[in-house]
Design a protein around this ligand. Structure first.
Ligand code: NAD
Length: 256
């Protein structure tokens, strides 16, 4: 039961971040969701979470590519007990053609944002003697694929950052871990399926099994609810001694 705890989830107006926010709200946590936009529908999403689950839910706009925005997010939330660093983007290109501004943007959003939010959230967690920091890394935090240099470098960095923060907080009631999802069925991934069906002239199930989930031995997507459930486990007393590690939710990807 997470009643009375406040959770900040970065990059959470869609996909995995929203799935994590829903699971935390179901468990009774007050929620701060975030993205870089500031549209009525972003705030409506928070109002919906609040109405559905009877918790306080706020939307705070902040651009996770900017250090000062990352820090302001945690400050204007009034700190947090649970910090889920989830915001992330991808760009695919060979190293020699990789646009410098894309490299910088991916390192900023996928890695540095977690450093900034953690730095601001930690003093409050220490003062209260309890905290959970969960970084959403990736199977690509542990393995590589061609053409994703920035993403993979950033995600490996997130795993390293998680271990370091775990050592700096050990024994203080605070844990820090990274979740490493394989392919997760988000709206973004769902939207790619019709295109892939056309390109490969395959039906939905075949294109999922034979093309999209080639590296995921289960040949099944993970779901945003399952990633949220893994966050809940890390927030539970069962996980008090789980710190500085990675939890793969990847259908066997990293066992190959
Ligand atoms: P998504 O695109 O649905 O979600 C990304 C979220 O980040 C969105 O809410 C978006 O608004 C937000 N965001 C993007 N740029 C931002 C910025 N500058 N400032 C603040 N917010 C920003 O994608 P997703 O699949 O839900 O990805 C969420 C996380 O999970 C990412 O870190 C991603 O690398 C990781 N991940 C996803 C998968 C997958 O298969 N979907 C697998 C492994 C890891």
């Amino acid at each position: 039961d997470l009643k009375g705890k406040t959770a900040i989830i970065t990059g959470s107006n869609s996909g995995i971040g929203l799935g994590v926010a829903v699971e935390l709200a179901k468990a009774g946590a007050d929620i701060v969701i975030n993205s870089f936009t500031d549209r009525p529908e972003d705030h409506a999403l928070a109002a919906q979470l609040s109405a559905d689950h009877g918790v306080t839910a706020r939307y705070i706009a902040a651009d996770m590519s900017k250090a000062e925005d990352c820090r302001a997010l945690v400050e204007s939330a009034g700190g947090c007990d649970i910090l889920v660093n989830n915001a992330g983007i991808q760009h695919v290109a060979p190293v020699e053609d990789f646009p410098v501004e894309k490299w910088n943007q991916i390192l900023a959003i996928n890695l540095s944002s977690a450093f900034h939010t953690t730095a601001v959230a930690l003093p409050g967690m220490r003062a209260r003697g309890w905290g959970r920091i969960v970084n959403i890394a990736s199977a690509h935090g542990l393995t590589a694929s061609p053409f994703k240099s920035a993403y993979i470098a950033a995600k490996h960095g997130v795993v390293g950052l998680s271990k370091t923060v775990a050592l700096e907080t050990a024994g203080q009631g605070i844990t820090c871990n990274a979740i490493c999802p394989g392919y997760v069925l988000t709206p973004l991934v769902e939207a790619q399926i019709p295109d892939q069906m056309k390109v490969h002239n395959m039906d939905r199930d075949t294109v999922i099994r034979e093309v999209m989930l080639l590296r995921q031995p289960s040949r099944q997507f993970a779901t945003t609810e399952q990633i949220g459930g893994t966050v809940l486990y890390l927030c539970s007393p069962h996980a008090d001694q789980v710190t500085g590690t990675t939890i793969s939710v990847d259908g066997g990807w990293t066992a190959l």
